[in-house]
Design a binder for this molecule. Structure first.
Ligand code: SF4
Length: 452
């Protein structure tokens, strides 16, 4: 809670800070032990995350399944300069080999036939670097990647909100609307969010035992497959497509597609001039369903042509699943749909804001997919524990108010229920903080990790 993430700092605090001494039960694990724990206990950390979410659920901190989904790019512990393509890797391998030969020659001249006790430091560093680059090159070839980062092979170049390109990971969270509790969290290497709906729903299911009743997500999550899936599992979703906002603003050089009305029965469109655009042909696509194309036959004599197209004829393409987008747009345009979608901004976006701005979690300390995932999930646990703290403080305030104003049957029942619900949960959280859910060997390490 005090924004300390470095293993060395945590180690130091166990000697200098009373709160840390208490949480560590007066043990002083070495910073390497803390670091090693963070690097190797992904499953345990996931389990702690689930247990904390369950505590939130049992304390009544979760709503009725209205979930907002979002992703954020977090910089890897690696420099953008270390992201290279196959050619650049080959050049660097050649350069190191040449330099190593030079060093060898110099050593031969210096020592003659006698062997120095150790490999020269410079050469040892070059050999190490060479191994790293060769490993990166193998991964680049195996996974058919365009570029790979030599320092952190798992990180991908991602575009951040400020437009910069950095080696990064994509942190995904699903947040319940009632108290902004994170109910599912994951860290992925996909540069966009579109493939994350299904895995996040599976994670919510695994932790909560239910699927969202309402799902709110931004345009990055829109795909016909996603909307189809959400319809099939009965989740009421509000996810705009990429063109929705443009269409809403109505700013376009030519008539927007939404100004053309589709007639399913007659398989045609009606253009803004009221003229029928019949189906003409199929546009084949390799990995997607083929598009049907509808073409205006009277465009050359139309008075609206300049506002409609600069081609000879206006063409409208239609995906066979386009009705899913039309239905979604209809839902988003209702007053209720619009209000629900706006709620997403006050539910999930502030969570990343708190993580990044308030806690300074803008870059990973560790490298590699598993280790960074542990770091990310730990941050999500910290967020939830802080939410519990805030919730309990509010309830304590309510309790004070009851004591001040006197008991009534209503508030007595309410407070009584809260106290019963909270009592064992508070002791459970205490259990997490002193690490009692883990073995003795690692218990103090967990304590620290939950206190930054
Ligand atoms: S240009 Fe063609 S499609 Fe566009 S409004 Fe005129 S007739 Fe309709």
């Amino acid at each position: 809670m005090i924004n300390i993430r470095s293993s060395r700092e945590l180690d130091k605090m166990t000697h200098t800070d009373t709160a840390f001494m208490y949480l560590a039960a007066m043990q002083h694990p070495d910073f390497r032990t803390i670091c090693r724990f963070r690097s190797t206990h992904l499953d345990s950390i996931k389990d702690v995350f689930s247990q904390v979410v369950t505590v939130c659920k049992e304390m009544g901190m979760l709503g009725v399944g209205k979930i907002s989904l979002d992703g954020t790019k977090i910089k890897a512990n690696a420099s953008v300069k270390q992201s290279k393509n196959a050619d650049a890797l080959d050049k660097e391998i050649d350069k190191i080999l040449k330099e190593s030969i030079e060093i060898d020659k110099a050593e031969d001249e210096m020592y003659g036939d006698s062997t120095p006790y150790q490999m020269p430091k410079e050469l040892a560093n070059k050999t190490k670097r060479l191994e790293k680059i060769k490993a990166a090159k193998k991964k680049l070839e195996d996974e058919k990647l365009e570029k790979i980062n030599i320092t952190d092979n798992d990180a991908k170049i991602m575009k951040h909100k400020d437009g910069s390109l950095k080696p990064s990971y994509n942190g995904q969270i699903a947040v319940d609307d009632k108290e902004q509790v994170i109910v599912a969290a994951d860290l992925v290497t996909d540069t966009n969010d579109v493939n994350q709906i299904d895995p996040m729903i599976q994670l919510i299911w695994a932790t909560m035992g239910y699927r969202p009743t309402i799902l709110l997500a931004d345009a990055g999550y829109f795909s016909y497959d996603n909307i189809d899936l959400l319809n099939q599992i009965g989740t009421d979703s509000y996810i705009p497509d990429n063109s929705f906002k443009v269409e809403e603003r109505g700013k376009s050089k030519y008539f927007l597609k939404s100004m053309f009305r589709f007639d399913k029965e007659n398989d045609c469109y009606y253009c803004p001039a009221g003229i029928t655009m019949p189906f003409k042909w199929i546009q084949k696509r390799d990995d997607e369903p083929h598009l049907k194309q509808y073409i205006g036959d009277h465009c050359s004599i139309c008075v609206l042509k300049n506002a409609c197209t600069n081609a000879k004829k206006r063409i409208i393409s239609r995906d066979p699943r386009e009705h899913l987008m039309e239905e979604m747009r209809k839902r988003l345009r209702t007053k209720e749909g619009n209000e629900l979608y706006q709620e997403r901004m006050s539910t999930v976006e502030p969570v990343f804001g708190q993580m990044k701005q308030n806690r300074g979690f803008t870059e990973f300390l560790l490298r590699g997919k598993d280790k960074t995932k542990v770091e990310f999930i730990l941050m999500c646990i910290v967020h939830n524990v802080e939410k519990i703290e805030g919730f309990l403080k509010r309830k304590a305030k309510d309790m004070k108010e009851v004591l001040r104003t006197g008991f009534s049957m209503d508030n007595l029942e309410n407070i009584g229920e809260i106290m019963i619900n909270c009592a064992d949960k508070i002791s459970f959280l205490g259990g997490i903080v002193v690490g009692s859910i883990f073995s003795n060997r690692i218990k103090s390490e967990v304590s620290f990790l939950l206190t930054f």
